[in-house]
Structure formats: C-alpha cells, structure tokens
Design a protein around this ligand. Structure first.
Ligand code: SF4
Length: 709
C-alpha cells in the first residue's frame, strides 16, 4: 500500500473522493480514510458512512467458493476450478434443455463499470439473453425512462456546481440531508448565506431536509403529479412561461396545456392535503427565480407513475426555460455509487452498453459487430426485470439465478413471496464480499468477490463524474473481482476471443470505444488519463481537447439541442392516478419508508460498523400523535403492522414529523439484524409500466397495539 491512495466512497451516488492513508502501526485495518480535498465533487467532505468505512472491511468476509446441492444441506468448501465447472455445466445444460431465457442475473449499482460491461458482453452478447437486471431497477429506472422520454436520452443534465448557483431549489421526494448529506450541506451553505435563495421541499414527512426549508409541502403520498400540474397551471395563468423557449426548443406543449387546465389551486390543494396559499407560494418561488434546480430521488422514482412524475418535473423546466444554464435544470440524485455507470454500461434488462436499447436493431447490430458475434445474437426482447425474475422462479421458467453484490432478500418488495420463490430456485449463485447476508441463505453456490479496497475500476457519480477507484489492499482469501469471474465463465463457455482482458484497465479501454459518439461518450477517457488528471465528467470525446472537454461536459444541453430526432425536448402530459394500493377500512394507514443518515441500504456494510449501529440500534415506526391517541398508544409501545402480504413488529416513535394517516419506517433492517422488522414484508410489487420500478414508497397497512407482557 502506498502512503496515500485516492479512491471513491463505495456507498452513495454523491461519489465523494476518499484518501486511504496507510496507518499499519495504528489502525486495526491498517489504514484510515479521510476526504480527498482534490476531488471536485466533494472537496474533502465525507459523511459518517464514508468516514467509518474501514471498520466493515474485514468482518464476515466470504473467503472461498462453497457449494451445496440443496438449501437444506450444509455448504462445503470447493475450489474455483470446481465452481467454474459447476457454473459452465449448469449454463450449458439449461440452454440445451430450456433455452437461454431460463438464465437470469441480478446485479448491482455497487459494481464498477468494468464488472457491468463484462457481464453485459457475456449474457446479452455471447449467451443471447437480456435477462440481466440490477438493483438500480428499484432506485433510478424511472429517472432513466423519464429522461429518455423528455430528452431522447438518459443522463442528468446538471452538475454539483449548480447547487452554488441556483436561487430556487425544488426538492421533491428526497431527504437529501440524510441520504445525500454532502450535497445538501453544499446547498444549505448557499441557502444560509443568501436570503433570496429559496428552498422548497415536497415530502409527506417533515424530514431534516424539510425542517430547514422556506416552504415545506407535506403532500399526501401519491399526489405528486397533481402538485406539479398545479404549479404548472399557476405559472401558465400568471403568464410566467417562456413562450419563445417553448416554441423553439420543445414539442407537445399544447396537449400539456390542455391537461393542466384540470388542476386549478382549489382542486390541487384539496387533493394533495395542503393549502392553496402554500401551493401559490411554491409557484411564486418558481416564477420569481432566475435559476430553478429540481432535485429528486426515490420518493419520485419508486412509484407506479415514476416515469410520469419525472416527466412532470421536467415539464416545469421546459415551460419556464429552466434548463441548460448554470444553477438550473432537472437533477435526479442517484442512490448507489455506480448506478450511473451501470446505465452507461447497459446494466438493466432493456439497455445495452453506451446508452443503447435492446429494442433498437441498429444498436444490436453495432454491438454484435464490435463484439465479433454472429448477427442476430442479441435478443430483440427486453429481458426479465427484477419482478419478472421472481415470477419466472415461481413458474419454473427461471432455472439459474445469479445474484451479485446485492441483497434482494431484504430489498425487493413483497418479501414473503420472494423468499418462497427463492426457495424454489433450482440453482442460485450468490457472488458477494460478505457472508452471511439474508440472501446467502438461499444460495447453492457462494462465490467470494473482492470489494472496494481490493479492486481498481471506474465509478460514475450523479453529476456524470467518472472516478478511477484504486485498490490498496490485496483480495481477502480467494476472492476475485466480479468482472474476472464473468470473464472466466465466458472463456470456459468457448468465448476466449471475447474475454482477453488481463486487468480492469483493458476492460475499460474496450468499453470506452463503444461509447464513441453516444450521449454518454467516454471515448477520450482511460484509467491512465483519470489517474493523471483526476475525476472527469462525461461526455469526454476522444477528438476534443482536454480543456474543452472539461468546460463543455459540465452541463448537458447548454446548446438546447436534445437527443430526439428533431432535437427538441418533449412535454409529457399526465393525470395523477394516486397510489396503487390506497388505504381502506381494513388497512387504513399509508406506510412509507426511507433511509437514515448513518445506515446504508440493507446494512451489509453498515451493520458491521459499530459506530453506526450504536447510533441506530433499532428500527422504529413513526406515527403522528393523533393516530397514537386514536389507537391508545404510549411512547414505549410496540405495534403489529400488517399489510395484505405480511407483517412486522416495531417500537413506535410518536412524532409530528409524520402526517396523520401516514406512518414511516426505515428501510434498513432485514432478518439478520432484527426480528420481524422487514419493511418489504409489507410492500407490494406493482410497478411503473415504463420503468418497471416498483412502488416501494407506499402501501396500505393496519396497526395493532402489542400488549405488554
Ligand atoms: Fe459516501 Fe455518500 Fe457519504 Fe459521500 S455522502 S461520504 S459518497 S455515503
């Protein structure tokens, strides 16, 4: 290990630069981490997760391959050679007997871009199945489909500098203060310094983000489109639209305009559970601002209308000309450290590398030629998304499931059903750095993967900034890099020519070639350049000089030329249809959920970090005092929460932060960390028709007091 290694925090999509400092004589793990002041995205700042990452490096590591024929058997240690032999046999026999559609992979935004790319080449290219989906399906797929519908391409148009330049931040469905804390600190600094900068927060909960806003709109869950159309209505009525911008750079405004006529303030306020005054203040802030920046994450995306919500946010920017300039634009915040890289590498069941689509024959042909595969090898059908994988396990259509770097036995919705489906899987491979996890309990074959400190590769953060993450420790035990495992399987299946890679730098060098002239152009980037220049944003074409790339890549659409055939952005026009599962007399409360500042997703790492576990020892259910009174609940009580699908038992936290009729629980606790506290035992799997992202954010529940014994 060199004295200081520059790398990236492996937790969230903010993508903070870290320095790993060699402290072999002082620290139990041999190093400590600190913020990297030279990283443009974070400028030396880190939150508790990044700062405490060293603690989780060595605990409960999966060190060597293990196999069992049945879930009721104990695992036995096997060699990598035996493990690869098993995988190749299973893949070949599955293809020979049923076909490649019976193979499924479920990956992760924790992958580096090289891991994603090699997996796409193997499954979508060599094996001809698009059944590669990732946990980004639960996180960002509505943002992807919303951007594509509005702009003709995925890709957040904004950058973090816009936080310093906006004079109205419109935060909807995002508790930035806890989930993207370093970005929120930056925005808050500007907000505190200048009284003219307005902060609007739309959230059913009074979160830490909402608590410091100029205006908090605690709308009822599922009413976002009403609110957004209501703001559009007022802007139109007040003559605050940019007509010249609309005419010159957009399509579809007339239809949108006819839809928003149904959203006058009285209707919207009543439907959303807010006052007309509050709605008008929000519209006034929009109207008066020079630069409006919208920021959103899972509260918008995790919905059966997630795509329509994203488009409805974009509509406001298009009607006011708030895009393509400093401090303005619709900015989705990614959840995972490389959810963005996954999109670039085609890591969802409808995508191909380089922002291509499996449905586009030209895109398929380009990749078949580049990968030296026969014409027609890539399937023209969208592969199985997360929900389809579960259905395929239930029907027996999925015969081999390969899960890597994610923990679906906590994070997917409708867990009772999912766990039953996982028990039916004839052959499940689980590839991860840690064991046990809730998902490793359902595996037949365990494959040890390297993690963060042991692998070198690329990650892209929410502002399209590409960072070279450098390893500074050797792999633990017999762990291999994810891309190495996929590449070796490819070679053993007879595709040696397609997988010649000796290291991740070679993988990335190949990947960047197929991004040439695509919206996410990485073609001028390489490990070597990123090592020399530090993190850089895409697009970074090979034929533009470095200085121009740095300048021009900061924001997309500065020239107001979009990726649609006529280069114009498109208005979407939608009515809000509410929740897929509204409350009723049997299940009268809406359950929503979210993250806590210290924990990360399913606690695979943070559950192994003492400092964080001490901060958040237990899960809880937030309930409004009125509802607590109605149910006769006292502060120390536990409740039984039930939905149609399952139940959980939690201590309550009585707080006015949550609206009456709505209850909140954190999303982090799986069966490994607490008994009967799984949020996803309660949630349903209804999904957005475009993005296929499930509506994890809301379901109907009942509450019962658990008598004290
Ligand atoms: Fe890591 Fe996100 Fe915290 Fe930054 S804000 S240190 S990327 S968890």
């Amino acid at each position: 290990m060199s004295a200081i290694t520059k790398t990236l925090c492996p937790y969230c999509g903010v993508g903070c630069g870290l320095e790993a400092v060699d402290e072999r004589s002082k620290e139990p793990e041999g190093f400590k981490v600190r913020g990297d002041r030279s990283h443009p995205s974070s400028q030396g700042m880190v939150c508790i997760k990044g700062a405490s990452i060293a603690e989780s490096i060595a605990r409960d590591r999966l060190l060597y391959p293990q196999f069992r024929a049945s879930l009721d058997d104990p695992f036995r240690r096997i060699s990598w050679d035996e493990a690869f032999g098993l995988i190749v046999d299973k893949i070949q026999s599955t293809i020979a007997t049923i076909g490649c559609d019976a193979l499924c992979v479920y990956g992760s935004g924790q992958f580096q871009t090289e891991d994603y790319y090699v997996a796409q080449k193997l499954f979508k290219g060599c094996l001809g199945t698009n059944n590669f989906d990732a946990n980004s399906r639960l996180c960002m797929s509505s943002a992807v489909s919303g951007y594509i519908k509005s702009f003709g391409s995925d890709g957040p148009p904004c950058c973090y500098d816009d936080l310093d330049l906006t004079d109205c931040a419109f935060i909807i469905g995002s508790n930035m203060a806890e989930c993207h804390p370093i970005l929120f600190n930056r925005l808050r600094k500007r907000h505190k310094k200048d009284a003219n900068v307005k902060l609007i927060v739309v959230d059913p909960r009074c979160t830490q983000t909402a608590a410091v806003a100029d205006l908090h709109l605690p709308i009822l869950p599922g009413t976002d489109i009403h609110l957004l159309n209501g703001i559009a209505y007022l802007l139109w009525q007040w003559g605050k639209c940019d007509r010249a911008f609309i005419d010159r750079y957009t399509n579809g405004f007339a239809v949108f305009q006819s839809v928003i006529q149904d959203y006058p303030p009285e209707v919207v306020a009543k439907h959303c559970g807010i006052t007309t005054e509050a709605l008008e203040i929000a519209a006034r802030y929009w109207a008066n601002a020079t630069n409006v920046l919208s920021l959103w994450s899972m509260g918008v995306n995790q919905s059966t209308q997630g795509t329509a919500k994203v488009e409805s946010i974009v509509n406001l920017h298009l009607m006011t000309g708030q895009i393509g300039k400093p401090g303005a634009g619709p900015f989705s915040l990614t959840g995972q450290p490389n959810a963005m890289g996954g999109r670039e590498a085609g890591g969802l069941a409808h995508l191909l590398p380089g922002y291509r689509s499996v449905l586009n024959p030209d895109h398929r042909a380009e990749l078949e030629a580049f990968w030296q595969l026969p014409s027609g090898r890539i399937s023209p059908h969208v592969g199985r998304v997360a929900g389809d994988i579960v259905r395929g396990l239930e029907t027996g259509e999925v015969q081999l499931l390969w899960i890597a770097a994610t923990n679906p036995a906590v994070s997917l919705p409708d867990l009772v059903r999912l766990k039953k489906a996982l028990r039916r899987s004839p052959f499940t491979i689980y590839q991860d750095a840690y064991d046990p996890t809730e998902t490793s309990a359902y595996a037949h074959l365990l494959l040890p993967a390297t993690q963060w400190s042991e692998k070198t590769g690329i990650m892209t953060n929410s502002e399209r900034r590409v960072t070279l993450c450098r390893s500074f420790q050797p792999p633990k035990g017999e762990a291999k890099h994810d891309w190495e495992i996929f590449a070796e399987v490819g070679r053993r299946l007879g595709f040696a020519a397609q997988f010649p890679f000796q290291n991740s730098s070679e993988v990335y060098a190949e990947f960047v070639q197929i991004t040439r002239d695509r919206p996410c152009d990485h073609s001028g980037l390489s490990h070597e350049l990123l090592d020399k220049e530090g993190p850089l944003q895409w697009p970074y074409p090979a034929d533009r000089e470095h200085h121009a790339n740095v300048q021009e890549s900061q924001r997309l659409y500065s020239d107001l030329q979009f990726h649609t055939p006529d280069r114009k952005a498109r208005f979407g026009a939608y009515h809000g249809h509410g929740l897929a599962e509204p409350p009723d007399e049997n299940y009268p409360y809406i359950l929503t959920n979210g993250r806590l500042y210290g924990h990360w997703h399913t606690q695979t790492r943070t559950g192994r970090t003492d400092k964080i576990c001490q901060m958040y020892p237990n899960p809880f259910l937030e309930i409004h005092p009125k509802d607590a009174n109605k149910l006769g609940l006292q502060p120390e009580d536990f409740v039984l929460i039930k939905s149609v699908r399952g139940s959980a038992k939690l201590p309550i936290l009585i707080t006015e932060a949550i609206a009456p009729g709505v209850v909140f629980m954190p999303m982090h606790w799986g069966a490994l960390w607490a008994e009967d506290a799984e949020i996803n035992a309660l949630t349903h799997s209804h999904a957005d028709p475009d993005s296929k992202q499930p509506e994890l954010k809301a379901c109907a529940v009942s509450l019962e007091v658990i008598p004290k014994v």
